[in-house]
Design a protein around this ligand. Structure first.
Ligand code: SF4
Length: 363
């Protein structure tokens, strides 16, 4: 088993683990809602060192995984148009859409689909191919939305008419509220995402403590960060009223990143969004503001995504809500593997099915 504390301070790690055991009043079921936390918990080996009774579940924190089947189907529809070059992050290309076809699959059949590492690369594509309509498939949370907003501002400044964004961006706090309202996942604490929180700050999570009395801690991504955050969660459970605490103070400020927030407010408009497995959640997504409709793929093509059923037999919806573990899906490791994924939770490097598979986790 890897030693999760070698990069930081092994002695501090051991002390924190002992403190966690002392403070913890098990059972306690906590959820992380960040793909980077999902991977870091498994990769570091920390998950396997957690005290008995401290139960970890992953929530809807993987951007590729929460992109709905309808949104994937719509991206496929756009990419099939002769005049379109569709650009997106690499993992999205392998997500199976209706009838199992993916963007990668239709690229092999001749559609123009390009991988990019930043939306600015998609913008550069548009500048090079003025005879085509370049559509950037924008996925992700409050972390990636500001850079897409900056790209759209640049497209507007350049008056680049052949560049548009199909915005599938989603907002984390409304999804957490939705999960708690449903009350099915029995979550007792949240490990909050460091990157998202660096943008939005702590205030948007305040309902967790005020309305639901659920402890939550914003955590960094080193094993010691996550361990310290779990100690703070256990401490809240034991002796304090629930609150929103910030373990990741070296990066996350109380108010978040005001410039990034302004940028998002200028370019995007909050709208209802369709989440894989969670359905439509009010005010949980970002569409383009009216001033940017010349670059809004929905307006450019005059079409809207439809609601499309999940792949048959895939339990990503339950996995993303923390209702089942990935290895409880009947298709896990049988019909669904990273080489032949049925659902996005097995495609994405940040998906919990892929993490369970890669790190050979069992209950
Ligand atoms: S194992 Fe595959 S089919 Fe099952 S939930 Fe995960 S991604 Fe979906």
């Amino acid at each position: 088993m890897p030693n999760p504390f070698t990069v930081n301070d092994p002695e501090l790690g051991k002390k924190l683990l002992k403190r966690l055991e002392r403070e913890l009043n098990p059972p306690l079921r906590f959820m992380e809602v960040c793909g980077t936390h999902t991977v870091a918990l498994f990769q570091s080996g920390l998950r396997s060192l957690l005290p008995p009774g401290l139960v970890h579940v992953s929530g809807p924190g993987c951007p590729v995984c929460v992109t709905s089947s309808g949104e994937v189907a719509f991206a496929l529809e756009l990419a099939r148009k002769d005049e379109v070059i569709l650009a997106s992050f690499g993992d999205m290309l392998r997500v199976p859409g209706p009838e199992g076809l993916s963007l990668k699959g239709i690229k092999a059949e001749g559609a123009r689909v390009e991988v990019c590492y930043s939306p600015f690369e998609a913008l550069a594509l548009a500048r090079r191919h003025l005879d085509k309509k370049v559509v950037f498939l924008g996925i992700g949370f409050e972390t990636t939305a500001p850079v897409v907003a900056a790209t759209l501002k640049e497209a507007r400044r350049l008056d680049l008419e052949n560049f548009s964004v199909f915005s599938c961006h989603k907002l984390v706090p409304p999804a957490l509220k939705h999960l708690l309202k449903q009350g099915r996942a029995a979550v007792e604490a949240f490990l909050l995402p460091g990157h998202v929180s660096a943008v939005i700050g702590l205030e948007p999570y305040r309902f967790l403590s005020d309305e639901y009395r659920i402890p939550s801690v914003v955590a960094g991504f080193d094993p010691l960060d996550m361990l310290m955050a779990l100690v703070m969660i256990a401490g809240q459970k034991k002796e304090k009223p629930a609150e929103v605490q910030n373990q990741y103070q070296r990066v996350v400020r109380e108010q978040g990143n005001l410039k990034a927030q302004e940028l998002m407010q200028e370019v995007f408009a909050v709208k209802d969004a369709d989440w894989r497995g969670l359905g439509t959640i009010p005010a949980s997504g970002l569409g383009l503001a009216a001033e940017y409709e010349a670059h809004d793929a929905l307006k450019v093509f005059g079409q809207e995504p439809k609601i499309v059923p999940e792949p048959r037999g895939c339990s990503c919806g339950e996995v993303l809500q923390g209702l089942i573990r990935p290895d409880e899906c009947p298709l896990f490791k049988t019909k669904c593997t990273p080489a032949a994924p049925v659902g996005p939770c097995m495609v994405s490097t940040e998906g919990s099915c892929a993490a369970y598979y890669k790190y050979k986790v069992s209950a």
